[in-house]
Design a protein around this ligand. Structure first.
Ligand SMILES: *Cc1c(COP(=O)(O)O)cnc(C)c1O
Length: 435
């Protein structure tokens, strides 16, 4: 049997890196086989180490809103690199990106960090510092990065690998974390009735995407914001995935903006970094004023607001106008309709869920309202579907618990490649499923 270049590289990687990957979701643990090593990407297409061209439905797990190597982003980044890559001083691009974030969202002040994990970790620290309280409320299946206190019950990475929480996090770190079922208003009300005076913050994915896409019931986020306010806790909306992705103004543009409420703090990442390590947390000016050096809550970063990363993010957001989001919505319509047709024709139980331009296809028939529902999926059917798609040149997230990501570069040729692959993949799922 011939060994592919990707398989050979994966052997090399596994000899020097745990599991051969630098983030667990990249491994094919949930679907079998070895991950493809990607050597270049352009628009909607990846090229792997064996020269295969693949339509990318991962998009770096969300960031590549415009597609890969967008010429204007590449030009801006190339020019910025030539001016030096990091100074450890304030720079112009970080001010411009901060202004763009403040203009698009309800936040008044923003602090840049280098990953979504740092953003949520810092937002929680700030909430604790501001309120003088320790407890945090989160929902099962919502992933907020690998923050100790938030790894009490997390989403896709852990669910996919079947790890219950994780060793290495002391009980004291999660002992102040209350984990509730997503969407359960009664559970939220009860948690605040019992622990209200101790709760610093409630954090939720603005629209969960890390257990597959679970759009919040209308009014749910407003209910959370109201409940927090009534008890003097802060409402942290994690828009690391949804920010500048679900809509031009993120998930908030789909609910808070319409309903007239704002989170106290919002976290961002992924799209706002344009494919570089950049993330942020921001919110009310009076809350953010507690951060050092203005206030006493310490938070810092050597590469925070890095000029290359903020240049990439700024170029990406400036190009992400209404027509980009309209195009993403239309592409999502086309793809989900074709997937429904193919899976229905093959008799594979499935369910499409969507929030703005974000969507995922669950391999279960019943509505997925929370993490327990997501776990009713037929993962064997998904595994067969995934590999049949990959064999036909479509690179899906290697897990049934993920959003599928499109970009503005997913044109007719790219979408047609996906559409052409769907019927055979649906048949493969039917043959493997139901066991
Ligand atoms: C990806 C993600 C994070 C973590 O971001 P990293 O940059 O991977 O640390 C946090 N919250 C949500 C909702 C995410 O999707």
């Amino acid at each position: 049997m011939t060994v592919t270049a990707s398989a050979a590289l994966f052997d090399r990687a596994s000899a020097v890196t745990p599991g051969g990957v630098n983030s667990p979701v990249r491994a094919f643990a949930a679907v079998g086989g070895t991950p493809r090593f990607i050597t270049s990407a352009q628009g909607a297409w990846l090229t792997d180490a064996d020269g295969n061209r693949l339509v990318d439905l991962v998009c770096s797990w969300g960031p590549m809103l415009l597609g890969h190597a967008h010429p204007e982003v590449v030009a801006a980044v190339t020019a910025a690199v030539a001016r030096g890559t990091s100074y450890g001083t304030p720079t112009v691009p970080e001010v411009e990106l901060a202004e763009e974030l403040v203009a698009r969202t309800p936040i008044e002040r923003v602090r840049f960090v280098s990953s979504g994990t740092e953003a949520t970790m810092s937002a929680i620290r700030l909430a604790r510092g501001v309120t003088g309280r320790d407890m945090v409320v989160k929902f099962a299946g919502c992933y907020h990065g690998h923050v100790d206190a938030l790894l009490a019950a997390a989403g896709s990475g852990l669910a996919t690998l079947g790890v219950p929480g994780t060793p290495g996090v002391p009980a004291s770190a999660t002992g102040e974390t209350i984990v509730l079922r997503y969407g359960d208003r009664a559970a939220v009300a009860q948690a605040f009735a019992e622990h209200g005076p101790q709760i610093a913050a409630l954090i939720t994915e603005a629209a969960p995407g890390n257990m597959g896409v679970v759009p919040p019931e209308p009014g749910f986020n407003q209910f959370l914001a109201d409940t927090c306010r009534a008890h003097g806790a802060l409402f942290i909306s994690d828009e690391v995935m949804t920010g500048f992705r679900a809509s031009r103004e993120g998930q908030w543009g789909l609910d808070g903006k319409q309903e007239g409420w704002t989170p106290d703090l919002i976290t961002f990442g992924k799209v706002m970094g344009g494919g570089f390590p950049a993330a942020a947390f921001g919110g009310r000016a009076d809350v953010m004023a507690h951060l050092a050096p203005e206030g006493p809550v310490y938070q810092a970063g050597t590469l925070a607001g890095n000029p290359i990363a903020t240049t990439a993010g700024l170029a990406t957001l400036r190009l992400a106008d209404d027509s980009v989001y309209a195009g993403l919505n239309a592409a999502a319509d086309t793809l989900t309709a074709a997937a429904i047709d193919a899976l229905t024709a093959a008799g594979v139980p499935h369910r499409v869920q969507r929030s703005g331009t974000m969507f995922s296809i669950f391999f279960t028939a019943a509505p997925v309202r929370h993490f327990d529902d997501a776990q009713t999926q037929d993962v064997a059917a998904f595994g067969a579907f995934f590999h049949a798609m990959l064999d036909r040149g479509v690179h899906l997230p290697p897990s049934a618990f993920e959003a599928w990501f499109l970009s503005a570069a997913h044109d007719d040729e790219a979408l047609q490649t996906v559409l052409d692959a769907l019927p055979a993949a649906a048949s493969a799922a039917a043959a493997a499923g139901g066991n």
